[in-house]
Design a protein around this ligand. Structure first.
Ligand code: PRP
Ligand code: URA
Length: 212
């Protein structure tokens, strides 16, 4: 789907759109929500990783030698806790060799600014292809802070994957990290007065973990 943001790719495959329909539905319970979110993440990862560099490697088939391809660099997933964890297993199912670095951030209810409470990265994060994961890109504060942290630790090749993005958050990412591609299943209309995405799907962390 075309959109006006050069840093944004909307992955609107029909199967993703249908899963997003059920993710938005307010009566979808946590168990089904978690299942759907991981399924969408797994489908999105094909496009997110499409341009990863590969290198040639000789391989012996049972019949003869040929040239195969392997990824040039390791992949590090960086879910933003809590909600980012809800997409992580779906991606790990397809890239089981990926390392996982965690960033704990929550959005302060009054200031709407991200507050950091945890960070643990693999030692070689600087040499890897990094995929930062969070289902919701609202004001963009959390995504920008997470990518700041990744860059402070030497990360250079970075993508951001979410489920639903607000135009406000995409613009903030464009300003602070213009070289980071954003992949989303949907670009929603706007934020409300409490900086929730409209139409959105509510609070992703609460819906994943049943903490409403
Ligand atoms: C949600 C979401 C993002 C953030 C997005 O997390 O998972 O991390 O809000 O908002 P922003 O773009 O305005 O920063 P939340 O702070 O609710 O924490 P949680 O994942 O622990 O529920
Ligand atoms: N965080 C969420 O979980 N949902 C929103 O709509 C905005 C921020």
């Amino acid at each position: 789907m075309n959109n006006k943001f050069s840093n944004l790719q909307i992955l609107d495959h029909p199967l993703i759109r249908q899963k997003l329909y059920f993710l938005r539905a307010k009566d979808t319970d946590s168990l089904y929500f978690r299942t759907l979110l991981n399924e969408v993440a797994a489908m999105m990862v094909y496009e997110v990783t499409r341009n990863l560099p590969v290198e040639e490697r000789e391989v012996e088939t049972p019949l003869e030698s040929t040239t195969g391809y392997i990824l040039s660099r390791p992949i590090t997933l960086v879910p933003i806790l809590r909600a980012g964890l809800g997409m992580c297993d779906g991606i790990l199912n397809l890239i089981p060799s990926a390392r996982v670095g965690h960033i704990g951030l929550y959005r302060d209810h009054d200031t709407l600014k991200p507050v950091q409470y945890y960070l643990k990265f693999p030692a070689d994060i600087a040499d890897s292809e990094i995929i930062v994961i969070d289902p919701m890109l609202a004001t963009g504060g959390s995504a920008v802070a997470a990518i700041d942290l990744v860059k402070e630790h030497g990360g250079e090749s970075i993508s951001f994957v979410c489920l639903v993005a607000a135009p406000e958050g995409v613009r903030v990412m464009e300003k602070h990290h213009p070289e980071v591609p954003i992949y989303t299943a949907a670009l929603d209309r706007q934020l409300n007065d409490l900086a929730y995405i409209l139409p959105g799907l509510g609070d992703a962390g609460d819906r994943i973990y049943g903490t409403i």
